[in-house]
Design a protein around this ligand. Structure first.
Ligand SMILES: C[S@@+](CC[C@H](N)C(=O)[O-])C[C@H]1O[C@@H](n2cnc3c(N)ncnc32)[C@H](O)[C@@H]1O
Length: 206
């Protein structure tokens, strides 16, 4: 079973001009993206190879930019935020160096990390069209503990940053039949949601 996450980063910078000493401020909450990547993949002395994580950046100067991380292919990435930010900086640099007419495909930057000019909704729709189940993580959804998932079923989780995903994308998810699922009666950080999702699925299937 493949676990995929698609994260909307409303304000994250879309140039490689990343100040590694200011991930939350001038980089538009890049710290949060890095923590989500860390939570998506890293176990103690191991990596989750059955996970794919997408982050779509909508900050200035060139939105959108999507970055894809493939657990089974990642090399030399470590769990700390600064290390992950360095790989994201490399991906954005690769994007800038790619001719504009080639940017709509996935371009590999470093092993297991690709970059593309894809919209948040476009990636979700691709997954839907592949027949995958789309689960939107939201405080007001159905309790995830009660949601049945087959052991071999591929699931795609959608989540937002500190701002959320916005009304238009929520309407889009409703239109394509995404299921709204809740992890807690409290509003959580996105990276903590990823940890909880893994924990619930690990207890069921590992
Ligand atoms: C900090 S929250 C976003 C808060 C934002 N103000 C909003 O209204 O959406 C970040 C993301 O985590 C997910 N999330 C937060 N709390 C959750 C919960 N209790 N259950 C499921 N997902 C949750 C949602 O996808 C949300 O977009």
């Amino acid at each position: 079973m493949l676990r995929e996450f698609i994260f909307k980063a409303n304000k994250t910078i879309t140039s490689s001009n990343i100040n590694l000493k200011d991930l939350p401020g001038s980089c538009g909450r890049l710290d949060l993206v890095c923590r989500c990547v860390s939570s998506a993949f890293f176990l103690s002395h191991d990596i989750r190879r059955d996970v794919v994580f997408y982050a779509v950046f909508y900050g200035e100067p060139n939105p959108p930019v999507a970055i894809k991380f493939v657990g089974g292919e990642l090399k030399k990435v470590s769990p700390d935020e600064r290390n992950i930010a360095i790989f994201i900086k490399k991906a954005l640099k690769k994007f800038e160096e790619t001719p504009e007419n080639k940017r709509t495909e996935w371009i590999e930057s470093t092993p297991g990390i690709c970059v593309s000019k894809k919209e948040f909704r476009e990636i979700i729709l691709e997954k839907k069209n592949e027949g995958k189940r789309i689960l939107y993580l939201h405080k007001a959804g159905e309790d995830f503990e009660n949601v049945k998932i087959g052991e071999n079923e591929d699931v795609v989780f959608i989540l937002g940053d500190h701002i959320g995903i916005g009304e238009e994308d929520e309407d889009f998810l409703e239109d394509i039949g995404a299921e709204k699922v809740s992890l807690s009666p409290l509003e959580l950080h996105a990276d903590h949601c990823i940890v909880i999702v893994h924990n619930i699925l690990d207890k069921r299937f590992k």
